[in-house]
Design a protein around this ligand. Structure first.
Ligand code: SF4
Ligand code: SF4
Length: 174
């Protein structure tokens, strides 16, 4: 039996747990890396798409490097994020909003505009009051820039986004 997610067979995983033991952000995850694989194996896709872990993953590849079965979890997580972004509600809403804000900031400025990110995160989730206070304090101390700074090659970065978007639209047309 096989089930491919982004070309990776989730049934290759035999639940040894090495990925979770290697993960640098396991402490913040609501579902551990090996549990994500297990849920996929038993068809609990909704539970995976609603979890916070797929947005907290840093795609560092520590898990896949140590996996004895060659399961490339970051590749699977990228596909789960794509699927998650198409959902409009669910517990992962604030993580999706944050993820989108980071991408829009990169597309616009070529780098992350941190003050803007905090404001848009606050507006889109309505649940980041502590962050908003922290941003104000950092602005007052000159630790954050009020206005965005743009990198010289931002049009090149924007081109990457356009190519990805064109690829996704092409996939939809197939
Ligand atoms: S290390 Fe590999 S085989 Fe082990 S639980 Fe993680 S994904 Fe599965
Ligand atoms: S790629 Fe993601 S799941 Fe794997 S070790 Fe890094 S943070 Fe953890």
């Amino acid at each position: 039996m096989s089930m491919l997610v982004n070309g990776m067979d989730v049934y290759a995983c035999y639940q040894c747990g090495k990925c979770s033991a290697s993960c640098p952000v396991y402490f913040a995850m609501d579902i551990l890396p090996h549990q994500i694989l297990r849920l996929l194996q038993i068809g609990e896709m909704d539970q995976v798409l609603d979890c916070e872990s797929i947005w907290l993953c840093t795609l560092c590849s520590a898990c896949s490097t140590r996996c004895p079965r060659g399961v490339d979890l970051p590749v699977i997580i990228e596909e789960l994020r794509r699927a998650g972004l198409r959902r409009v509600s669910g517990p992962g809403r604030s993580q999706r909003a944050f993820h989108n804000s980071v991408l829009r900031s990169l597309e616009r400025h070529g780098r992350v505009y941190k003050a803007g990110l905090a404001v848009s995160g606050h507006l889109s989730t309505g649940s980041r009051q502590r962050d908003a206070r922290l941003v104000l304090a950092l602005l007052k101390r000159g630790k954050l820039r009020m206005w965005p700074s743009r990198i010289r090659g931002r049009l090149v970065v924007r081109g990457f986004f356009q190519r990805v978007q064109a690829g996704q639209e092409g996939e939809k047309d197939v």
